[in-house]
Design a protein around this ligand. Sequence first.
Ligand SMILES: [Zn+2]
Length: 531
Amino acid sequence: MTVTVRFCGASRTVTGSCFLFSARGGSFLVDCGLFQGSKTLKALNYSNFPFRPSEIAAVLLTHAHIDHSGLIPKLVRGGFAGRVIATRPTIDLCSFMLPDAGSIQESEVVMLNRRNRARGRDEVTPIYTKADGVAALDAFRSIDYESWIDVIPGVRARFWDAGHLLGSASIEMEFDGEGASGGPLRVLASGDVGPDGKLFHAGPDAPADFDYVICESTYGDEDRPATTHEGRRQRLTAEVRDAQAANGALLIPAFAVERTQELIVDLVDLMESGRIPSAPIFLDSPLAIRATEVFRRYAAGMESEVDVARLLISPLLRCTETVDESKSIAKLSGFHIVIAASGMCDAGRIRHHLRNWLWRSQATVLLTGFQAQGTLGRFLADGAHAVRIQGDEIKVAARIRQLDEYSGHADGPELARWIAARRPVRRGVFLVHGEEEALTGLSERIAERSVPAAKVFVPVLDDIFDLSTAAPTPVDVAHRRRLAPEAVVALDWHNDMSKLVLDINARMDAAADDRARRVVIRRLRRALEEE
Ligand SMILES: [Zn+2]
């Protein structure tokens, strides 16, 4: 057994991307991401890594998104002393995203401990702090696309533009002397793969002829209508006009990096050309403001139909950096646009704006990206009549709209084409970074058509495979799993509980009078006693 891979995250789920490769020359990671979504998954961020950080020689980082980079500060704090290899834009983005993630951990723990104290539970410490996020940056080393770098003795890697995010990469790896053809074992980790027709990028790029391809599957079960720049702007135009007609705030939960800048460029361009009414666009996210500065810096090198650098400094754009500036937006009425993080509404200033507007029918919430199971954004997308924000129940009267055209991810047919273009793939394709339906969808799409069905694998969290055998050989990991396989996939009971409470409240509200409400309570009590 000379080359193994362990799937330490993004396996049967989309977050926590982390693959541990071990070879004769040592061990290294591809990505070291934060788990997001259900409480069960998030708990993994607090527990030990399934490896010793001090034994990891290097991290190859595909891109800056927190579900790929967000546990690097924890890794460094835990004793990792190697290099984090990433493209220059990825490093620029991480330089504020990781400290910001540390601040979020610190404030989440303050809230958690307030609850823990009230319930007599032990206090917890943050996964890492803002200072850890800053300290981790010393480990980063930049690499250009398409140039080889030695990772550990006997292993080299090369980064290819994945077209997903500024600086994003698919990573080609070669392990000396372990391949099917007697040459090196060749492995490609897709990272996140971008769609065709994205505003700031050409399509994803990567070479062919591998022993193994590890491919993301986020939208593997979707077949979106082909998107063009103009098609995307038409959809946005319609959404903005409808929001203006409703005469309230248009809240856009923002993915701070890239999605936000794409939306700003299109909104400003549409306002300048008179296709949508001019209105202030509040960029209410310090993180998105920093990201916008990085995009301005790289704008000249982007392959885009519009003048990105100029549109990103429009006076229509109001950056609200401080908390006081942010609070002043809440006093506005009538039509205006607020872009605030986070994109799945599970943290950040968007939650204050949602609290302020969700119960009003004049408001519009425009979701512009993937909403993971268990997040507030997913509850809204699924049509919840009420949601809980910071302990309060808020009725949903606002118009909830979704715009998928800005996705940073390839859809099912695009992923299948990307995999087909990597052929021959001699030993196997591992599908990762997707929820169950997406994995099944992509698996069905590629099986037999692109690769033999017997060569498609969908690993479970903590699975280990020997890659140096003729076919991937599973290593027995039963006693080393952090979670039962089914716990990764299922919504945990916390989500079921919140839904139950909301359903009970809805039933009480809908009851004709207090007598009817007492009947509901009596029935619930009887059900409890039967247990
Ligand atoms: Zn990503």
